[in-house]
Design a protein around this ligand. Structure first.
Ligand code: MTE
Ligand code: MO
Length: 197
């Protein structure tokens, strides 16, 4: 079953296309440095910090968790949006249930294989639309787009979704990630045009 979550914008604004964005049918690639290599069978994902049961899994093990396919929109802070992207993966709430999040956790830092990090409040992660995904349009997620495993955050500009994700850290105090320390908005709501801080 595929879940279409492209009506998510109604919680944040009146228009599916956020202000200042233009729609593209292409799927451009944006990375701070090159594409790290990764083999889907040996890729590892770790979850640690303020959780009951830290996780250290291979991607094949991670894929055993309940997963789903969603159709969702993708908004890049540089001004393009791509509608109707089909991603398959584990929702963040499913992962959070699996590890058991401590009551004092308030924030999350995502870590990636290229040294990238990005942060979000826990409440912004505990949405069914936040997916840790390994497939795009029924094919393995292309390496340029973050394969073997990435995060997508359709309620935020796409820099909140770490490509090549290797770690999810639950924090008891907020911290800033790579772009959040370098001038991009910490909150990143596309419908408020929160691009820079
Ligand atoms: N690990 C990692 N994740 C990343 C980035 C990066 O440089 N490294 N760039 C971010 C930015 S700025 C954007 S716009 C999106 C781009 O995703 P795409 O290349 O699939 O379009 O990935 C985000 N996630
Ligand atoms: Mo970006």
């Amino acid at each position: 079953m595929t879940r279409n979550v492209t009506d998510l914008y109604r919680k944040f604004g009146d228009d599916r296309l956020p202000p200042g964005q233009r729609e593209t049918s292409r799927f451009p690639v944006l990375s701070k440095s090159g594409t790290p290599s990764g083999d889907p069978d040996s890729w590892g994902i770790e979850v640690w910090g303020a959780v009951e049961e830290p996780l250290d899994a291979t991607l094949p093990e991670f894929r055993e968790l309940p997963s789903e396919t969603q159709v969702q929109d993708f908004h890049c802070v540089t001004g393009w949006s791509k509608f109707d992207c089909e991603f398959t993966g584990v929702t963040f709430p499913t992962l959070a249930d699996h590890v058991g999040v401590h009551d004092d956790a308030v924030h999350v830092m995502f870590h990636a294989a290229d040294g990238y990090t990005t942060n979000l409040p826990l409440s912004d992660c505990l949405r069914d639309e936040v997916l840790l995904t390994w497939a795009y349009d029924d094919d393995p997620l292309p390496a340029d787009h973050g394969g073997p495993l990435r995060v997508v955050t359709p309620h935020k500009y796409a820099y909140k979704g770490a490509k090549w994700v290797t770690g999810v850290e639950f924090l008891t105090d907020p911290e800033r990630g790579y772009w959040e320390k370098r001038g991009y908005s910490n909150t990143a709501n596309p419908w408020n045009e929160e691009r820079y801080s």
